[in-house]
Design a protein around this ligand. Structure first.
Ligand SMILES: [Fe+2]
Length: 247
């Protein structure tokens, strides 16, 4: 049986890029932890906020941060780390569907965009913009931590309606833990029913938001099945492979 790589689709592991890793040492420690629990590839998705900087400025900061990290990995081969793909967690902004440089924020050499929706009730405006990203711009849109928006969309039908678009749902690993109460069952069920496709750690540091993909995978293994993990891994692998052809 084919073994698909274990991929973390959401992380803040690049040093000093955002509110994630504060140093190259912290990045290396985070990456080592990921590798220890069997992560093969981590997608680095530093925050991109349109109000703070233009895309070319973000990309040059990201390149410098990544270069520093790679240099340390080369100099200190005792660090055992997963492969890294560069992307961004793009916060929704007015006019996003018309931003011509948006493709440069996709993961690696693909057309896959990790989109962070507003932490406020969504309206038809947001739905139409995401629709344009999918159908007009031909992006594969991953909705970052879909579950984190539930509290802002109570009674708002757009929270379900957005799933009628060809979007991909990413859930954070920590949200599957029972300390988050009954809601964890809701997100586990989304994986069970095939309505959520991808897991990400959204790891920011080594303490409060540490790499924890292993816990989420164990939860899915015991509460759902090994098959659901295989489906997640296969989906992620094929998504990246197809996305590279469609850029
Ligand atoms: Fe994030």
């Amino acid at each position: 049986m084919t073994r698909y790589p274990v991929i973390d689709f959401h992380s803040h592991i690049l040093p000093k890029m955002d509110d994630g890793s504060k140093s190259t040492d912290m990045s290396l420690e985070m990456l080592q932890r990921m590798k220890n629990y069997g992560c093969d590839l981590v997608v680095s998705t530093s925050h991109y906020y349109r109000k703070d900087e233009d895309i070319p400025d973000f990309l040059s900061r990201r390149a410098a941060s990544y270069k520093r990290l790679c240099q340390r990995i080369r100099e200190e081969p005792e660090w055992n780390v997963p492969s890294i793909a560069l992307g961004a967690e793009v916060a929704f902004f007015f006019g996003i569907e018309e931003e011509e440089n948006l493709g440069r924020l996709c993961i690696g050499d693909t057309n896959i965009l990790l989109l962070e929706m507003p932490f406020a009730p969504w309206s038809t405006y947001e739905i139409n913009a995401v629709s344009a990203l999918c159908y007009d711009r031909r992006f594969r849109v991953i909705l970052a931590h879909y579950e984190r928006f539930a509290e802002f969309q109570k009674g708002n039908e757009t929270y379900e309606r957005i799933l009628e678009l060809p979007v991909i749902v990413q859930i954070n690993a920590e949200s599957l833990q029972s300390k988050f109460g009954w809601n964890s069952k809701r997100w586990i069920r989304m994986f069970e029913e095939g309505r959520a496709e991808l897991l990400g750690t959204d790891a920011h540091n080594l303490t409060s938001r540490a790499p924890n993909l292993d816990l989420a995978r164990e939860t899915l293994r015991t509460k759902v099945s090994e098959d659901v993990l295989r489906r997640i891994d296969a989906f992620g692998f094929h998504l990246l492979a197809d996305g590279a052809q469609r850029k």
